[in-house]
Design a protein around this ligand. Structure first.
Ligand code: ADP
Length: 158
């Protein structure tokens, strides 16, 4: 039984995140989506709301567990017996940060592998920050977030 942990801020969850999870489910038996409190990022949604959105997105999916955390990721991975950390890559701009993060996590626990997947091309430009910005200016982002997330966002002006 191989489990991966997919950490992130998910402020809010997007179809890019969903695509990463779906790819992860092809590689692992189960995935724990770990929502970081990330107070330094000053999230738009509090952690409970982010949890609710992710839980609603994957309702009924028995291979997915959702939780929040504020400690060290490797500790969480160890506590759940996770073999890997799952992350997504969009463009080269993601690479440097992800490379440093993976190297640091490997320093902390050499037994946990970081695994990267690429979401579908049409999601390469999708980020939570883009969703927050566009929706707060009245833009329509419905096609880029799970349906259950739409009611949480400022409504598009038409
Ligand atoms: P963090 O604060 O940890 O970067 P995010 O929620 O922004 O949290 O992202 C979590 C992970 O999902 C990161 O590895 C990020 O690169 C990946 N990710 C986010 N959006 C996409 C996307 N559209 N395509 C591929 N990977 C993505």
């Amino acid at each position: 039984m191989k489990t991966a942990i997919y950490p992130g801020t998910f402020d809010p969850i997007t179809l890019g995140h969903v695509d990463v999870v779906q790819r992860g489910l092809k590689l692992f038996d189960s995935i724990i989506i770990a929502i970081a409190d990330s107070p330094k990022k000053d999230p738009m949604f509090d952690v409970q709301t982010r949890l609710d959105m992710v839980n609603a997105t994957f309702a009924g999916e028995s291979r997915i567990q959702v939780l929040n955390f504020d400690g060290l990721l490797v500790n969480l991975a160890q506590a759940h017996g996770a073999a890997a950390i799952l992350r997504g890559l969009r463009a080269a701009s993601d690479f440097e940060y992800e490379f440093q993060l993976a190297a640091m996590n490997r320093k902390l626990d050499a037994d946990i592998e970081s695994v990267f997947v690429m979401a579908r091309e049409e999601y390469t430009f999708v980020s939570s920050s883009f969703i927050r910005e566009i929706s707060s200016m009245g833009g329509d982002v419905d096609a880029l977030v799970p349906q259950v997330v739409r009611p949480y966002l400022p409504q598009a002006k038409d």
